[in-house]
Design a protein. Structure first.
Length: 703
């Protein structure tokens, strides 16, 4: 005669696949969350991603996204586990076991399965992150900055997530134990969660709501800032909520109605009915997968959008070499460069040099008040700008810059974009004599090699204005630039020699950071304040690390050397690229695991349907088609919607930046489209593997 414990062991053995599936879900969720948090807290990553910068904010935002997805996934998998386990509980109750007797066993068993699987995932998280990182170093690029270190405080997030997983599982277990009707408990696994019928316009309306939510959410912070003269609060992101509502409506329409016009009401009725009867579960899973795939695209798009612009800019430069230096530095003199080139059997051509000056610029400044508010204040010494004379600029660049007297022009990229230039300046100041001249903005002159970005902007002045304002200017405010090409093919080792020779020639004790603004420092000191650049560690650079990402991005006199920028791009930005590639991998893995789990659940829950169809004479070909129809929606719809949504968002962001699309942006979007094709192939491959697993689960032969 069998004891109660023996019966429980037999029931657990019968449902071992459910135990394995639940443990697998917990393991994967904790492993991915631990791996992501390990990377997010890694000193290797944090040393490269600037504090408060967009890249770090994006990393945190996608982590929150991944956490939400994994939370929903683990709670869903726990609910699915207990729907199956309810049969065990019901049978034991039918045999006379009381709830009080079953409770300790159910709770302890749940805690053990949840805890061990979660603990295993947490333990494997860091090794998983390390393996991906080392694979990138081995197969793609390696540099001194790529030595990965971990901050074990990241495990606090894993512990919190583990507690959530175990707590949710125990609560669900107690909930199922509290059922009073034994037959309801026994037949819980056969209960479905159908969705109500929705109109044919639900999908189109969902698309409209999604687009409205994206536009309103994206533009809300700017509108809020204009209306209330305050920085947008975090809660304003709730305006993105219509995106999720629209997305839900799109997926609901897909499950209930589909997007194809059906000629026959009976065509595909079995697969549609199965999808509808479990529609609530399916839609919730598809929503999470869609968001995760969108996050994967966001991370993956960072690479081509960053890299394509860099490649196009580097290849389009009119000079192989461009040096910028303070007055008194003679390293880039023609005689010195030619002598170094001769030793390498190289020759230079098209050598040009020009002087320019640094002047104070006035303008309107946002001054922070209490409570996120700010007010606009005129500041006479607001920022430092570097000015070429009209004739020197035309001689060096070959571009005729016609600057009227009393005006100034900003140097933009090759397509005339100048996002970071000051366009509200009315006074220029000689910082030695404090002489001033009145000017007004006169437009953009395109010349990409002098378009450095937000930290060092170059301008052009009329020759007479230049001569007048530069009289008496001290040498510390004077700088120079030298440009030249190499005859024939350039030599990378020669470029490295020039680069390190130039660094050795600098007189300054430590490198000047390009964000350090001497004019704004003067303004703060005049008001008795301490300039932030004199206290902030972010501005500190070292000549000991000339190949680091930070040095090459922020040294004020960083030369532009084509062959070095082409060959060292991957090394310079390796940590950036790896972090966002890692984000894409984590989000895509999470999405694919959820899709796989959902499809296997469909197979397990509907096995009796397929058994009945077999008895009615359905062929393996027909059954396989019904399976593909079920799995196809779970995989393809979130993939198409998620990738399309993120691609359209990137298009909107690119357009909103300057009201148009540059060549580099168009090229980057083209590469992003290729990335989506690659993602589509990966999703399709996992879909095929999943269909084969579903066939095996249901015992359907290939046909």
């Amino acid at each position: 005669m069998m004891t109660m414990k023996a019966i429980q062991r037999k029931l657990r053995k019968h449902n071992r696949k459910q135990y394995s599936l639940y443990a697998f879900c917990n393991f994967i969720s904790l492993m991915l969350i631990t791996a992501y948090s390990a990377m997010m807290f890694s000193p290797t990553v944090l040393s490269v991603l600037p504090e408060g910068g967009d890249s770090r904010k994006q990393m945190i935002a996608i982590f929150v996204l991944a956490c939400v997805g994994c939370v929903v996934f683990t709670i869903y998998s726990a609910g699915l586990f207990f729907r199956k386990k309810s049969k065990e509980i019901g049978i034991m109750m039918a045999l006379g076991a009381s709830k009080q007797r079953l409770a300790p066993g159910v709770i302890s068993e749940t805690a053990i399965v949840s805890g061990l699987s979660a603990l295993a995932g947490t333990v494997c998280g860091m090794p998983f992150a390390w393996l991906i990182w080392q694979a990138f170093r081995l197969l793609v690029v390696d540099s001194a900055e790529m030595k990965l270190t971990f901050d074990f405080s990241c495990l606090l997030l894993s512990v919190l997530f583990m507690a959530l997983v175990i707590g949710a599982a125990i609560i669900l277990g107690i909930r199922y134990l509290n059922r009073t009707n034994i037959m309801d408990v026994v037949h819980e696994e056969h209960k479905n969660e159908p969705v109500r019928q929705v109109g044919r316009k639900c999908g189109i309306l969902g698309i409209v709501i999604l687009l409205i939510g994206a536009v309103v959410g994206y533009s809300a912070s700017g509108i809020y800032k204009q209306l209330f003269q305050a920085y947008a609060p975090e809660w304003l992101n709730v305006l993105y909520a219509p995106v999720l509502l629209g997305l839900y409506m799109i997926l609901l329409h897909t499950v209930v109605n589909g997007w194809r016009q059906r000629r026959s009401h009976y065509k595909g009725i079995i697969s549609r009915s199965m999808m509808k009867f479990q529609g609530r579960q399916t839609v919730n899973n598809m929503l999470v997968v869609t968001v995760l795939i969108a996050g994967a695209c966001f991370g993956a798009f960072y690479l081509p959008m960053m890299g394509t612009g860099q490649i196009l800019e580097t290849n389009s430069r009119p000079y192989d070499y461009a040096f910028f230096y303070p007055q008194g530095n003679h390293f880039a003199e023609r005689e010195n460069i030619e002598a170094m080139a001769e030793k390498r059997e190289l020759a230079i051509k098209d050598y040009e040099k020009a002087a320019y000056i640094a002047l104070g610029m006035d303008g309107q400044e946002e001054v922070e008040d209490e409570g996120q508010k700010f007010h606009i204040e005129y500041t006479e010494f607001l920022s430092e700008g570097r000015f070429f004379s009209e004739s020197d600029f035309s001689r060096v660049t070959g571009k005729k810059a016609e600057v009227p007297r009393g005006q100034y022009m900003t140097v933009g990229d090759n397509e005339g974009n100048a996002l970071y230039a000051r366009k509200d300046t009315g006074l220029l100041t000689n910082m030695t004599t404090k002489k001033q001249i009145a000017v007004e903005y006169g437009g953009v002159v395109p010349y990409g090699i002098l378009y450095i970005g937000s930290d060092r902007t170059y301008y052009v002045l009329d020759d007479r204005d230049y001569a007048a304002i530069s009289k008496g200017l001290a040498g510390e405010w004077k700088e120079g630039a030298a440009f030249f090409n190499i005859k024939g093919e350039d030599d990378y080792s020669f470029a490295r020699e020039l680069y390190h020779g130039f660094i050795d020639s600098m007189d300054e004790e430590e490198p000047t950071n390009s964000v350090y603004d001497r004019v704004y420092k003067y303004s703060r000191n005049q008001k008795g304040e301490v300039y932030w650049g004199d206290t902030d560690e972010m501005t500190r650079l070292s000549f000991d690390n000339p190949d680091s990402t930070e040095f090459r991005q922020y040294w004020a006199y960083m030369p532009k050397i084509r062959i070095m920028d082409q060959n060292d791009y991957m090394k310079t930005f390796a940590v950036f690229l790896m972090m966002f590639l890692f984000i894409a991998i984590i989000c895509m893995l999470s999405a694919l695991v959820i899709c796989y789990t959902r499809c296997m659940t469909i197979a397990i829950n509907n096995h009796y349907v397929f058994d009945d169809l077999k008895r009615l004479g359905a062929s393996p070909k027909f059954l396989g088609r019904e399976l593909r129809s079920q799995a196809g929606k779970v995989f393809t719809v979130p993939a198409i919607v998620g990738m399309s949504m993120m691609y359209l968002l990137y298009i909107m962001i690119m357009y909103a930046n300057d009201g148009g699309f540059s060549k580099s942006e168009i090229a980057g979007l083209g590469v992003c489209l290729g990335v989506e094709v690659l993602f589509g192939l990966i999703v399709f491959a996992v879909y095929r593997i999943t269909c084969a697993k579903m066939r095996h689960q249901l015992g359907i032969a290939k046909g």
